[in-house]
Design a protein around this ligand. Structure first.
Ligand SMILES: CC(=O)[C@@H](O)[C@H](O)COP(=O)(O)O
Ligand SMILES: NCC(=O)COP(=O)(O)O
Length: 237
């Protein structure tokens, strides 16, 4: 079964627009779980423009499903993750000024750094995932660094999908096969949507998890959160 982890960054963005507590991030996360989400993803950024450190602490004891924290492994981020002990940490090579994640790690060039960081999380018993492009060599070096999983950066797939689904998925199938051969778990995310998710699932049914935020929360404006989550789950069958 491929799990659906709902990324709730956009809920925090909406809340922060007014400075109050509407919508309440914890309540939305718990509702996502009761509507069928298999996990909750957050990506706290250094400027706290959406998810705040405080949100991460508030969510941890209340979530019933898998908690995935994504981010660049700065000392602050590492400290937060080790204190909160989520089920999974996903390392993303983001610069603090980026609008959103826009690439995977160069796992070869950063092998030493990633090995050291992953070792700390592995020792703490937190499952690790490394965000990589659909590139077999990057997957291989993520395994060398000691990752439990890789998360394939799917923006290039989502962008290429409308023109040619077959061409869009091809490098992802290769990278996914490499991950499976190496015994790595497999996640995917970024710009996945109701348009492109089922095709990815059909071609890579051994995906462990997809994390989806932007499109899912946007769809919920029209369909409502409960129906939206069900529709995304239907794409994973
Ligand atoms: C790693 C990844 O692709 C997502 O976490 C994405 O970066 C969402 O972050 P934002 O919501 O800040 O765009
Ligand atoms: N890891 C990807 C994620 O959490 C959500 O990305 P997006 O759906 O907001 O593009």
């Amino acid at each position: 079964m491929t799990k659906l982890s709902v990324n709730i960054n956009k809920i925090a963005t909406l809340r922060n627009a007014r400075g109050g507590d509407v919508p309440n991030v914890v309540k939305v996360a718990l509702d996502c779980e009761s509507f069928g989400a298999d996990g909750i993803t957050v990506h706290p950024r250094p400027d706290e423009r959406h998810i705040r450190r405080e949100d991460v602490y508030n969510l941890r004891p209340l979530l019933q499903t898998e908690f995935n924290i994504e981010g660049y492994p700065s000392p602050d981020f590492i400290d937060l993750v080790l204190k909160v002990k989520p089920h999974q940490v996903t390392l993303v090579p983001d610069d603090p000024s980026q609008i959103t994640s826009n690439c995977g790690w160069d796992t070869k060039a950063n092998l030493e750094f990633l090995s050291e960081v992953l070792d700390g999380f592995n020792t703490a018993g937190i499952r690790t995932s490394v965000f990589v492009a659909a590139d077999v060599e990057m997957v291989e070096y993520a395994a060398k660094a000691g990752a439990d999983r890789v998360e394939l950066y799917t923006e290039p797939y989502a962008t290429a999908y409308p023109k040619s689904p077959e061409a869009a998925i091809a490098p992802f199938v290769e990278a996914a096969k490499a991950a499976r051969k190496l015994g790595l778990g497999l996640n995917a995310g970024h710009d996945l949507s109701l348009v492109n998710l089922n095709y990815m699932y059909k071609n890579i049914p051994w995906l462990d998890e997809v994390s989806i935020g932007h499109a899912l929360i946007s769809d919920a404006l029209y369909l409502g959160l409960e129906r939206t989550i069900q529709e995304y789950k239907n794409c994973l069958r």
